[in-house]
Design a protein around this ligand. Structure first.
Ligand SMILES: C[S@@+](CC[C@H](N)C(=O)[O-])C[C@H]1O[C@@H](n2cnc3c(N)ncnc32)[C@H](O)[C@@H]1O
Length: 349
């Protein structure tokens, strides 16, 4: 028997374990490579359970949609989903549109299906790699050229821009596109091999009932969009003291107002699950949430960043018996993919 690094499970079992929750229900992967995703079984399993407990007729509300792992895996009838990143929301809107969106990469790839870095930088980003001066304005038809002409794009050009953005963020390390000056400037990442066509229309049926908004959390909190009687709120913001990757301008000043806003809604009976770093725990304790710390695998950070197991806060309100989150089998075995896979295979077979 072939085994995963000396463990008594096969690679097939390990792969299966990473793609299913403990009840054997499939995990839908995000169409994007997006940092901070909640697509692991240790999140999806307990969140599915929480949604069942509060009532699946509720509308799922997520002001930090990101890679959409939560909405895709909860499969609510109705969802109100928002993110401050306009490109992200535009990409989902195109996936949901009647025409759908697919990408033919053949013009960018070589005979082996690889995208050469110069091609990537020149045709997609729009100029030569970072550090070389004098390459702007960006080449016509490139992502950055579209960025500079956002006001005047035809629907066809918008679609093209989304296609460029999808490849760009897919090629970036951990999906971080490191934007400065409003332009896209990643300098490294994996570039293929890619399948010649990406067809996102497979996702459209899983996105039925999505109401998409492009709003920052400050505007979202000011709006009257959340209905405590009919919604289920999931908050997965950039983490306190760790969110620099998404928001160079700093998200941390919003953490306290956000916890207070959520606390007010919890008082009105709204079921809420909020994720954050351990540093946010006092904010949610103060708002009388139940809070637990568990361990998560941190794969973000990039060069020089810290990786490994870190504590993570899960705060919840108005969800009966949520201790299941702490005691959830897959959460106990999160410490490594291998350990999780063993845990899963011991429980299931
Ligand atoms: C941790 S990610 C969410 C990941 C998501 N739950 C998933 O499973 O893929 C946080 C998201 O917050 C968004 N964001 C950052 N600052 C924001 C703000 N001020 N208002 C709204 N969204 C913001 C980022 O664009 C990012 O997509």
């Amino acid at each position: 028997m072939r085994e995963v690094r000396g463990l008594a499970i096969t690679p097939e079992q390990a792969a299966w374990a990473a793609m299913h929750d403990v009840e054997g229900q499939m995990i839908v992967p995000s169409p994007l490579k997006w940092p901070g995703g909640k697509g692991r079984p240790s999140y999806v399993g307990p969140l599915r359970d929480a949604f069942n407990r509060v009532g699946r007729q509720r509308r799922v509300v997520e002001p930090f949609l990101g890679g959409a792992n939560i909405a895709l895996n909860l499969q609510p009838e109705r969802a109100l989903l928002s993110d401050s990143d306009p490109h992200l929301i535009s990409a989902y809107e195109h996936m949901l549109s009647p025409e759908g969106i697919s990408i033919d990469w053949s013009q960018f790839t070589d005979d082996e299906g690889m995208i050469e870095k110069p091609t990537f930088y020149d045709l997609i980003r729009g100029g030569l790699p970072q550090g070389r001066i004098g390459t702007w304005p960006p080449r016509e038809g490139s992502l950055n050229h579209f960025m500079q002409n956002m006001q005047d794009l035809s629907p066809e050009e918008r679609r093209r821009m989304v296609q460029m953005w999808l490849l760009f963020q897919q090629a970036a390390y951990q999906g971080h596109t490191r934007r400065r000056d409003g332009l896209f400037r990643i300098g490294s990442g994996t570039l293929g091999p890619y399948s010649p066509t990406w067809d996102y229309s497979h996702y459209a049926p899983l996105m039925r009932g999505w109401d998409l908004r492009n709003m920052g959390i400050a505007d979202f909190m000011d709006s009257d969009l959340v209905n405590p009687e009919q919604d289920f709120l999931v908050l997965d913001p950039p983490y306190l003291k760790q969110g620099a990757n998404y928001t160079p301008d700093g998200f941390d000043r919003l953490q306290q107002p956000m916890a207070e806003w959520a606390g007010g809604l919890a008082q009105q009976g709204l079921p809420i699950v909020a994720f954050n770093s351990q540093f946010a725990r006092p904010l949610y304790d103060k708002e009388r949430f139940n809070t637990i710390l568990h361990s998560r695998m941190d794969t973000s950070g990039g060069r020089g960043g810290q990786r490994g197991v870190r504590p993570e806060m899960i705060a919840y309100a108005n969800i009966p018996d949520m201790d299941w989150f702490r005691n959830h089998p897959s959460a106990q075995f999160i410490k490594s993919q291998d350990a999780f896979a063993i845990g899963w295979s011991m429980l299931s077979h």
